[in-house]
Write a protein that binds this ligand. Structure first.
Ligand code: SF4
Ligand code: SF4
Length: 104
C-alpha cells in the first residue's frame, strides 16, 4: 500500500519560485491563480496523492513547506519541518585548524 502524506505550505511566505512544483514526483503541487500579500502566486497541493517524500520541503529556498506522513496508526505526523535557514543555521569557524575545521 502506498505511503500517504500531505504538505502544509505557508502561502503568505511563499515567493512563487515553483521549485517545489518541479521537484514533486507525484505532480501533487501547482501554483495558485491567486496571489498572496507579497504579490506572488503561491504553491498549493492540488492532488491527494502526496507520498510525503519530502522533496518539496528540501528544495524550498524559503523553508515554508512542512511535510506530514501517515503513520501506522493513521495519524499524520510531521516528517520534515525545516525552519528558515537564515535564522537557525549557525556556522562556527575554528581558526586553530586547517580550513577552519571544514572538510573540503
Ligand atoms: S512531499 Fe513529495 S509527493 Fe508530497 S507534495 Fe512534496 S514532493 Fe510532492
Ligand atoms: S519552493 Fe517554496 S517558495 Fe518556491 S514556490 Fe514552492 S513553497 Fe513557494
Amino acid at each position: 500500500m502506498a505511503i500517504r502524506g500531505t504538505v502544509k505550505i505557508d502561502i503568505e511566505t511563499c515567493k512563487g519560485c515553483e521549485l517545489c512544483v518541479e521537484a514533486c514526483p507525484q505532480d501533487s503541487l501547482e501554483m495558485s491563480k491567486e496571489i498572496n500579500n507579497k504579490g506572488y502566486h503561491y504553491a498549493v497541493l492540488v492532488q491527494d496523492n502526496c507520498t510525503g517524500c519530502v522533496n518539496c520541503a528540501l528544495v524550498c529556498p524559503d523553508a515554508v513547506i512542512t511535510v506530514y506522513r501517515e503513520t501506522k496508526k493513521k495519524t499524520k505526523e510531521p516528517v520534515a519541518v525545516i525552519t528558515n535557514v537564515k535564522q537557525d543555521i549557525r556556522v562556527t569557524v575554528d581558526s586553530s585548524v586547517p580550513n577552519g575545521g571544514i572538510d573540503v
